[in-house]
Design a protein around this ligand. Structure first.
Ligand code: G
Ligand code: G
Ligand code: MN
Ligand code: NA
Length: 255
């Protein structure tokens, strides 16, 4: 309850901000997109990780305001990068969506309004949802179909950690599959994990989906994922989540 009050203030007092982690093409290491990740700079506690406040935001209903803040901030920033960086800038913006956001009436209208207000092409926005979320809920399925109809892209986040997995992939209205970093972490040493990743990539490709390996921290992991024909990579090897100005310098230096 204390955190809830704190979070209410944070939204009012500009304590929340958005960082952006590069997503690169594994074949040439070029920047393809960024994933927006929310951060909270607490006046007393310092930097509070989202794992400690997203759930509280969901339970208290503050997730709507928080989600709107992240979406608006990130879309405005993305369009600015398109204008300032051109070909050197990110071509896609990924934004995480939690269960409460997808279950709320009006999300699709809000997304449409933010895109329109910023003159952003819907296909440049990719909303990330987890496997368990996309699979179970009928209401969520409807929302996802409406978002797709709007032209927004969808990604299955943390793939491999849920229950549905490969057998259900063809039912998911997603364009991209993000292989969870817990699999990437052991891909070189645990054959079972490598084979699972291999199978995921093959099934995703059959469905015409793009694949992203998350949490790549070593050259060995990047090379293995490339060998397994994973399309894209994200992780500390390439860049950690960066503040907007840092991302801009990083992108300019890469180009
Ligand atoms: O940024 P970090 O790796 O600490 O994120 C931890 C978790 O918080 C991840 O599961 C991520 O998806 C989630 N998260 C980060 N930013 C957002 C956001 O803006 N909205 C939602 N719903 N989840 C987020
Ligand atoms: O659940 P989701 O995939 O949205 O979470 C993304 C989280 O993963 C972010 O909090 C980000 O800080 C974290 N992350 C990004 N790259 C790496 C990495 O290479 N290693 C680890 N351990 N975490 C990472
Ligand atoms: Mn994500
Ligand atoms: Na993820």
């Amino acid at each position: 309850l204390e955190v809830e009050g704190d979070l209410r203030r944070a939204l009012k007092e500009d304590e929340l901000f958005v960082v952006y982690q590069p997503v690169v093409d594994l074949a040439d290491r070029c920047l393809v997109g960024v994933e927006a990740l929310v951060r909270w700079r607490h006046p007393q506690r310092g930097l509070v990780p989202p794992g400690e406040f997203i759930a509280i935001a969901e339970e208290s209903g503050l997730i709507d305001a928080l989600g709107a803040f992240v979406l608006e901030t990130a879309c405005r920033q993305f369009v600015q990068w398109q204008q300032r960086l051109g070909a050197a800038g990110p071509k896609q913006l990924a934004v995480n969506m939690s269960r409460a956001q997808l279950q709320r009436n009006g999300l699709v209208e809000d997304v449409r309004a933010v895109l329109q207000a910023n003159g952003m092409t819907p296909a440049h926005l990719q909303l990330e949802v987890t496997e368990s979320l996309a699979a179970q809920d009928e209401r969520v399925q409807t929302t996802l179909r409406e978002l797709k109809a709007l032209g927004v892209r969808l990604a299955l986040d943390d793939f491999g950690t849920g229950y549905s997995s490969l057998a259900c992939l063809h039912q998911m209205p997603v364009d991209t599959v993000k292989v969870d970093r817990s699999f990437v972490k052991h891909a070189e040493t645990v054959e079972y994990h490598r084979v699972l990743i291999e199978a995921t990539i093959r099934v995703a490709r059959t469905m015409g989906m793009t694949t992203v390996a998350e949490g790549i921290e070593t050259e060995g992991q990047a090379e293995l994922m490339r060998t397994l024909t994973c399309d894209r990579g994200q992780g500390y090897l390439f860049a950690r989540p960066l503040e907007a100005a840092e991302l801009e310098r990083w992108a300019a230096a890469q180009a």
